[in-house]
Design a protein around this ligand. Structure first.
Ligand code: F6R
Length: 242
């Protein structure tokens, strides 16, 4: 695993964006895995800047989001369909038909999860998967105790994650209780993983992921099993690394 420690959050975004940019320059139809949340926003802003400047063309790039809430209407501004559209698809100039988000509104969630896995396979797999990390070590919405081999499925959000995400909703009760998320096994199949973390609140999770045992107690520790995993952090998030 490669660890890159940078002075601040904007540098984290710039360096992680360069990894994506290199792949898209080489392969205009690259498949990129997108995370939501605050952590990757600087990456998307930097990629949008390069796209606006004509340095990068995302029009043929294909995308798969990591996760989605269950039962949250896609018209809700905090549904990940809406978030991906607002922060990724539009700013990067991607074709919406080429960007997929798990279906949290499906009447048959199990079938929708299997279809999502099949769609990733049909696209030839994910070239670069971008990841944030939860304060409890989750990636995607794979909460602690998630199977290391898991595939896209429905999960219950922990009280901690619901509390962390309450900032995006009018009240904590509005945070959905369930989600659909790519599994840890799905994430490990991506050809390259780039996890970003900024701020002291992520320092314990980053240390557990990078230096702790590979364990379902810290789902992000599965990155240790991947041949091409890069963790890009600012100094505050790196503070608990030895
Ligand atoms: C969201 C996701 C989550 C977040 C994590 C960190 O798609 O995959 O694992 O990356 O909850 O969230 P932020 O970046 O908001 O601290």
């Amino acid at each position: 695993m490669e660890i890159v420690i940078l002075p601040d959050a904007s540098e984290v975004g710039r360096v992680a964006a360069s990894v994506v940019a290199d792949v898209v320059e080489r392969e205009p139809e690259a498949v990129i895995g997108f995370a939501t949340g605050s952590s990757p926003l600087a990456i998307y802003a930097e990629l949008a800047r390069r796209a606006d400047a004509g340095e990068l063309d995302f029009s043929r790039v294909r995308g798969f989001a990591l996760d989605e809430y269950v039962g949250l209407d896609y018209g809700h501004p905090e549904s990940y369909h809406a978030v991906i559209d607002r922060t990724v698809t539009k700013p990067l100039g991607m074709d919406p038909a080429l960007v997929a988000v798990p279906d949290g509104m499906a009447s048959d969630i199990t079938a929708a999860c299997a279809a999502y896995e099949a769609a990733i396979d049909a696209a030839g797999g994910i070239d670069v998967q971008l990841l944030g990390i939860g304060a409890n070590g989750h990636i995607g919405f794979n909460e602690p105790t998630s199977s290391l081999a898991s595939r896209t499925r429905i999960k219950t959000l922990t009280p901690k994650t619901r509390a962390d995400n309450a900032r995006f909703f009018d009240s904590p009760e509005q945070v959905p209780t369930h989600c659909v998320t790519q599994g840890l096994g799905t994430i490990l199949r991506a050809r390259r993983l780039v996890l970003v973390a900024q701020g002291a609140g992520k320092a314990d999770a980053v240390a557990a992921a990078v230096e702790g045992p590979v364990s379902a107690s810290c789902p992000a520790s599965v990155l240790q099993l991947h041949e091409f995993a890069t963790v890009v952090v600012d100094e505050a998030a790196a503070a608990r690394l030895t």
